[in-house]
Structure formats: C-alpha cells, structure tokens
Ligand binder design. Structure first.
Ligand code: PXL
Length: 275
C-alpha cells in the first residue's frame, strides 16, 4: 500500500548553477546523479549547453544572463535551496548575474567550483573571467574547490608542483585571503597518495586517498562539490562535509576506473555502498 509520508523524510534541497554536458559525465548531469545517489532533491539552473563527448568539447552555447536570472528567480522564490554549488559559468555577465541573485535571496552554504581549465588542464576563459571570479564569487564562497591548475589561474601564479604540499597550503591560504571563507585545493600528490588540502582560515588539513591509475576522472570535481552540498544541507560541519565528499568521490573514481564507455576519458560514477 502506498501511504502518504509526513515532512520527516523530505530530501534536502540542493541547487547547481552549471553547464550541461551532453556526454553525461560532468556538469549538471554529474551533480544531479550524485544527488540522486545521496537522496537529495537536486535542481539545476543551466548556464550553458555544451556539445561534448568523452573525447572533446565541440561547442558551447551560453544562456543569456536574463534567462539565467529567470531560472534562479523561479527556483529560489519557490523551492529555495539549503546548499548551492556553481560549476561551469565562463562569462563575466553571467558571473555578475549569479552573484547578485545569490545575494538577493540570502543564499547560504555556497560552494564555488571554479571551472576555469579543461579536463586536460588548459585555461579556457579570458582573463576577465578570472577577475570576475575574484570580485563577485570568492566573497560568497563558503567553500572554494579549485584544483592545482585552477589555483594557478585564480592567483595568476606559476603552476605549483602538486607534490609540494607546503606550497599548496600556502596557495590555499592566499585564496582565503582573497575572500573564500574555506578552500579545498584538490590534486596534491604525496607518493602513492592524492592529497586534497583543506584550509578553514586557521588550520590546514590534509585529505588523503590512494591514487587510482585511470583516465576516467571526468566529473570528479563536480561530484565532489555536489557531495559537499548534500552534507552541508544535512547539517554537517564543513570539515566533516569535505571529508565525506572526498571519500564519496574516491569511491566514484574507483567504480568507473576500468570502464570504456566512449573512446576518450570516462566518467566517475557514484554508487552508495553499505558499510
Ligand atoms: O568537470 C568540469 C565541467 C563542468 N561543467 C561542464 C563541463 C566540465 C568539464 O568537462 O563540461 C559543463
């Protein structure tokens, strides 16, 4: 028999402001997949639609700032969101619009994933985009989640050696100084471990997991920031949220490590396993 449930089992409401990946590996598809797996109610405001597959991104069609604003109004004036992440934005006027709407609605638990380089580490946007991230989005970030290359882009600095963990910690502190309340700098290396550096404005923490030998990491960053949102929406403290998301993403990479879904880089695939 189907019975009517009360409020107690309502899923946490989370929102991604991101691009669509037609190939289904990254972007809002990765976010919504992670959220479905984690039992959250995911919403998506689309910034751009990409024509891409596992090999290449062929085209990008940006939404207009007005249409992004309309999507944000529609969602935030009705459902609201307990936690929000931004992904692929890529245009200065979209950054300004998103920043204004996040402030207008008093949004909390904001995770900014600064998508600024390709999957292969090449910067993709004009210098003005970097400046707009610093000015309009970093100050709103409860958590900023750059990888090593995105950190170099944001700080306009030389690309750090991923195995120089002291340097990475210093750069994370720099991003905090520029306005992000907390920083998770992803992709450090220490021998057989990958090390993400978490800086909360006072202390540096290292999150470690064994390096997985695979090219199938498309969507890993999206999955990680999406998982942080769910933990925050469930009321976890940020350092716990980051730890849970790191573990969740490690497992997601492990799941798809040997797959060959297309000719190129494969996706990560989150699955919840019983302990
Ligand atoms: O994984 C970063 C990312 C985010 N959003 C979109 C993307 C990508 C990488 O390919 O295409 C739309």
């Amino acid at each position: 028999m189907v019975t009517k449930q009360g409020f107690a089992d309502m899923p946490p409401k989370v929102l991604t402001i991101a691009g669509s990946d037609s190939g289904g590996a990254a972007g809002l598809q990765a976010d919504l997949r992670a959220w479905a797996m984690l039992g959250a109610y995911g919403m998506s405001v689309v910034t751009a639609v990409t024509a891409q597959n596992s090999v290449s991104v062929e085209r990008v069609q940006y939404m207009s700032p007005e249409f992004v604003a309309d999507q944000l109004d529609a969602v935030l004036s009705d459902y609201g969101a307990v936690a929000i992440k931004t992904g692929f934005i890529g245009q200065t006027d979209l950054i300004i619009t998103i920043s204004a709407k996040l402030q207008q609605y008093g949004c909390q638990n904001i995770v900014i994933d600064p998508v600024l380089v390709t999957h292969r580490g090449q910067p993709i946007f004009a210098e003005a985009v970097r400046i707009h991230y610093l000015r309009y989005l970093l100050p709103l970030a409860d958590l900023l989640t750059p990888n090593v290359m995105e950190t170099a882009v944001l700080l306009n600095s030389a690309i750090p050696d991923p195995s120089d963990l002291h340097r990475l910690a210093h750069l994370a502190a720099e991003l905090h100084r520029l306005g992000a309340k907390n920083v998770l700098l992803k992709g450090g290396r220490d021998g057989e471990d990958v090390v993400d550096i978490f800086y909360d404005g006072r202390t540096t923490h290292e999150l470690r997991s064994p390096y997985i030998e695979t090219d199938n990491t498309h969507g890993a960053g999206d999955t990680l920031s999406a998982a942080v949102c769910v933990a925050l929406a469930r009321g976890e403290r940020l350092n716990t949220a980051v730890y849970l998301a790191h573990q969740f993403t490690h497992q997601a990479i492990l799941n798809g490590a040997n797959w060959q879904l297309g000719a190129g880089h494969g996706p990560v695939f989150p699955v919840i396993r019983d302990a």
